[in-house]
Structures are given as structure tokens and as C-alpha cells.
Design a protein around this ligand. Structure first.
Ligand code: NAD
Length: 290
């Protein structure tokens, strides 16, 4: 299949490389000077998408997605599919979907979970929104780049699933970290805390699979001085998207709101930027109640 790939950063480059390795013909474009094995780089986004059956975008945010879409939709082949794998706001996904439909094109919003490791290993999870036809067109490519693709509903449903999942993740990471810091102050051994909680009703992915306490539980970024992993600023981006969506849908999300405020403070006023999102634990360790 001829594929155009726009946005070859930390995530996009390994995803595109996996598609090329599987025998697809890739034409890439990025505003930064990047080179990826097996991919012919084009001078413009329009050149990269010319003649492509599927165009994949992996971009930083919704505003950039909208401007790239405005540029490329008019030159895409009728019946081709635009598959946006970036994490963006639900409204941008729905707006680009409507423009694609008007231009006689298919659209899928397909944000991913799994991070850079999953992108390199081809083990991402895709959460997809769009028509059956659009999803069917992208499905074989999801199989190469990932291990699971869930068709969540119409356009925007993939982004909705992603931000709801990550709102839970942000909230539970904070809960796990503040509980560890409280346990410390109560004189409870961290290993004992893990042994109990990981097999009791407080268990969660953040405790059991990604424990924020160094040396406890399976290997995680806390064992590597909180090098990301999943950086705190990316968690903040997703929490902000959840609050933007909650506002437009008039949903009450007090825990999501509190988690957004805490990660905002951690990233913008403290030392959180560039650290894994589980570095909330040393943050709470240093603090007192006030
Ligand atoms: P990144 O910043 O490494 O890559 C984005 C790329 O887009 C860059 O190479 C940049 O030069 C390029 N770009 C920006 N504007 C462009 C334009 N107008 N035209 C063409 N290229 C342009 O970011 P990333 O880590 O690869 O993340 C990409 C998306 O994936 C984001 O939406 C992010 O939220 C999401 N995501 C990231 C992770 C992760 O762990 N990094 C995990 C899940 C989802």
C-alpha cells in the first residue's frame, strides 16, 4: 500500500519504520529535518500524500492537525483515508472528520497507548473512531503497528476513550503516590505496603505494573531515577484535554480537575518537567500537610 506519513517524531518515526519493514511504500514529511530508514522524505506534506491510499498523521496537537488537514485534504485521492494517531481534543478530531467527509475521504481518529517502547516494538493499542469503512481500511496497518485496535464508535470516539483512560491514569497515579507518602510517614515499610495494596482493593495498574516506589514491584521508571517512561508534561497534556472535553460536554470531573491542577503545578512551578509522571511520589515525600 502507498502510505503518506506526516509527523515523524518520537512516536511517528518508529511507527512508520514498522510499516516500511512490513513492505509498504512510505512517503514521509516532517517540518523538522528527520530521516527514517526505508522512508522516502518529501519536501512538502502535499507531496507526501500524493497518490496515497492511506495518510497517517502523528502530530503534537489539534491546532497543528487542523492546519495540516487543511493543507492535504484537497490533494488526497478520493476514497483515501486519513488516519490521525495523535492525541488531540475531541472537537478537532470531529472537525477534521467532517472536512474529510466533505472532500470524499475517509477519516479515523486513532490515538494510541503504549508510548515510544510500544511504537518501536509494534505493540501499541489503538482506540479508533470513524465509520466501519474507514476503520476497515486502517485495520491491517493497526495490526502492523500495534497489538490491539478497538473500534470505539464514530469520529471522536477514539480520542474520547483515550482521554477518559488517561484521566483515570493521572488520578490513580496521584492517589498511589500520596498513599505511599502517607504510609512512609506512618512508618509502614514500602514493600509491605505494596504486598498488601497490590493484592487488595486498592490495587491498580499504577501500583501493580508501574509502581512509583523505587525497588518495589516490577521494573518501572522509578527504578531509573524517574527518567520517562511517560513524561509528566504528556500526562498534563492529556489531563488538560480531559478537562476541555468535560467542559464542552458539561461533565462534572472533580478528580480529573484536581489531577490537572497538581500536574500543572508539578510541571510548571516545580521540577516535574522531563521527569516520569510517577515522580509525583518524591514530590509528596518532600511535602507537609498545609
Ligand atoms: P514529537 O514532538 O516527538 O513528534 C511530533 C512531530 O511532528 C515532530 O517531529 C515535529 O517536527 C512534527 N511536526 C510538528 N508540526 C508539523 C507540521 N505542521 N507538519 C509536519 N510535521 C510536524 O511527539 P511524539 O512524542 O511523537 O507524540 C506525537 C503524538 O503522539 C502527540 O499527540 C502525543 O500526545 C501522542 N502520544 C505520545 C506518546 C509518547 O509517549 N511520546 C504516547 C502516546 C501518545
Amino acid at each position: 500500500m502507498r502510505i503518506g506519513f506526516i509527523g515523524l517524531g518520537n512516536m511517528g518515526a518508529p511507527m512508520a519504520a514498522n510499516l516500511a519493514k512490513a513492505g509498504h511504500q512510505l512517503h514521509g514529511f516532517d517540518t523538522a529535518a528527520v530521516g527514517v530508514d526505508g522512508i522516502a522524505m518529501a519536501d512538502t506534506a502535499r507531496d507526501a500524500v500524493a497518490g496515497a491510499e492511506v495518510v497517517i498523521t502523528m502530530l503534537p496537537n489539534g491546532a497543528i492537525l487542523r492546519s495540516v488537514a487543511e493543507d492535504i485534504l484537497p490533494v488526497m485521492e478520493t476514497g483515501a483515508a486519513l488516519v490521525d494517531c495523535s492525541t488531540v481534543d475531541v472537537e478537532s478530531a470531529r472537525s477534521v472528520a467532517a472536512e474529510a467527509e466533505q472532500a470524499g475521504l475517509l477519516f479515523v481518529d486513532a490515538p494510541v497507548s503504549g508510548g515510544v517502547g510500544g511504537a518501536s516494538a509494534g505493540t501499541l493499542t489503538f482506540m479508533a473512531g470513524g465509520s466501519e469503512d474507514a476503520f476497515a481500511k486502517a485495520a491491517a496497518l493497526f495490526d502492523i503497528m500495534g497489538q490491539k485496535a478497538v473500534h470505539c464508535g464514530e469520529a471522536g470516539a477514539g480520542q474520547a476513550a483515550k482521554i477518559c483512560n488517561n484521566m483515570i491514569l493521572g488520578v490513580t497515579m496521584i492517589a498511589t503516590c500520596e498513599a505511599f507518602a502517607l504510609a512512609d510517614k506512618l512508618g509502614l515499610d514500602r514493600q509491605k505496603m505494596f504486598d498488601v495494596v497490590s493484592t487488595s482493593s486498592g490495587y491498580s495498574w499504577t501500583m501493580n505494573a508501574y509502581c512509583p516506589a523505587p525497588g518495589i514491584g516490577p521494573q518501572s521508571p522509578s527504578d531509573n531515577d524517574y527518567q520517562p517512561g511517560f513524561a509528566a508534561e504528556l500526562m498534563l497534556k492529556d489531563l488538560r484535554l480531559s478537562q476541555q472535553a468535560a467542559e464542552s460536554a458539561d461533565a462534572d470531573t472533580p478528580m480529573g480537575q484536581a489531577a490537572t491542577a497538581l500536574y500543572e503545578q508539578f510541571v510548571e512551578a516545580e521540577d516535574g518537567k522531563g521527569r516520569d509522571f510517577s515522580a509525583m511520589l518524591p514530590r509528596f515525600e518532600r511535602r507537609r500537610r498545609d
